[in-house]
Design a protein around this ligand. Structure first.
Ligand SMILES: Nc1ncnc2c1ncn2[C@@H]1O[C@H](COP(=O)(O)OP(=O)(O)OP(=O)(O)O)[C@@H](O)[C@H]1O
Ligand SMILES: [Mg+2]
Length: 353
């Protein structure tokens, strides 16, 4: 999964189930400036459960987006998620990064439900375990090679080099950390609410202590609307975003929407409850939501009520300088929630782990 190389500029490209998002940043004196941004819709079924199903459609959309922005940089950082990606927090005896490199294949075997030869493995040493200093906590990531290679192939067909392969959850964390200061010992949960999935990442002192992918997202609204109103996916999307579709009885619309919202929020609550049950002395103090579904006007308050916790929107441009002469600031504000993963990716550098 890793590639060497010099520290060079990079473009963050997030291929989601509903659209491709692109962000390029420039860093100057420790401050990030937005230099490029774009978003382009994908046909439905082009990406299914995080996997590339229709690569020619994806290539076309990515290529058009990159061309339209006239980008010169060829190195990209992208991220994956879904069933083919396994993230585990494990404990191992204290060892160096090099020792870890040497033993990871062997060690990983017991934690990964796939053949070791079929996966790319990566890890991050989090540090010594507070309860047992002879042990260290490590995040182990494994992704099916086929699955990763499909992404690499898409980019290479667009003339781009996949220099960094990240995970949606961690890219969102990256964006959060660059934009928000959290108090010492504070525990916050980040939730990226996308079209096909929601990524949950709980951070303590800026370190990820729990991650989970939930395999439902905004498409659930569309599916319910389609099923219960007998309409197309396109019409369902229009109605969901507040538009009108002729000849459709709207009387049950609110009820369908609120049922689907309940379902989604229940899934978020379940994940956070699971974290609380496994870490009994650690309490989440605040929740940040992002992703397209976080734009739903009521979702923030409904989640807050359900969890009895403060919930805020994660703004990936919170601390990023956006030049009013080059960008429509209002537009950036409106699409901000969609861009968190891409912003986190754009902060990576060629040669990063
Ligand atoms: N204003 C809005 N109100 C409600 N839902 C919205 C709004 N804007 C976008 N969405 C929904 O958000 C979803 C897209 O969000 P996002 O771009 O974060 O997902 P994605 O990255 O394409 O998907 P995934 O992360 O699951 O692969 C779609 O389901 C879309 O209908
Ligand atoms: Mg997404």
């Amino acid at each position: 999964m890793l590639f060497g190389g010099k520290k060079k500029d990079i473009i963050g490209i997030d291929i989601g189930a509903s659209s491709v998002k692109l962000v390029q940043l420039r860093e100057s004196k420790g401050v990030y400036h937005l230099s490029s941004l774009g978003i382009a819709p994908l046909p439905s079924e082009a990406i299914v459960d995080g996997a590339v199903m229709d690569s020619s459609s994806v290539v076309e959309v990515v290529d058009n987006l990159v061309q339209s922005l006239k980008l010169k940089t060829k190195n990209i950082a992208t991220s994956i998620s879904g069933h083919s990606v396994i993230i585990r927090k494990i404990q191992m005896s204290i060892m160096t990064e090099e020792e870890m490199e040497a033993s990871i294949q062997w060690e990983a075997e017991q934690y990964i439900p796939f053949e070791i030869s079929e996966v790319n493995i990566d890890f991050q040493i989090l540090g010594p375990d507070p309860n047992d200093p002879s042990q260290m906590n490590v995040i182990l990531v494994a992704a099916k090679k086929d699955f990763v290679n499909d992404y690499v192939a898409v980019f290479s067909e667009c003339g781009l080099t996949s220099s960094v392969m990240d995970i949606d959850c961690f890219a969102m964390e990256n964006a959060f950390e660059a934009n928000y200061d959290i108090g010492e010992g504070e525990i916050v949960a980040l939730v990226n609410m996308g079209a096909s999935a929601m990524n949950v990442n709980v951070l303590k002192d800026g370190v990820s202590v729990f991650t989970r992918d939930i395999t439902v997202g905004g498409s659930m609204f569309n599916e319910e609307l389609q099923k219960r109103l007998g309409i197309s996916d396109e019409d369902a999307e229009t109605m969901k975003l507040g538009g009108n579709v002729d000849g459709v009885d709207k009387s049950s619309f609110d009820e369908i929407l609120s049922d689907a919202t309940e379902n989604l929020l229940q899934e978020v609550q379940r994940s956070l409850d699971f974290f609380s049950a496994t870490a009994s002395d650690e309490k989440i103090e605040k929740v940040y939501i992002t992703g397209g579904v976080s734009r739903f006007p009521k979702i923030k308050d409904l989640l807050g009520q359900r969890l009895d916790l403060p919930v805020d929107l994660l703004d990936p441009f919170n601390q990023i300088v956006v030049d009013e002469k080059s960008f429509d600031v209002e537009y950036i504000g409106a699409i901000g929630p969609l861009m968190s993963v891409a912003v986190g990716l754009a902060m990576r550098r060629v040669g990063d782990k």
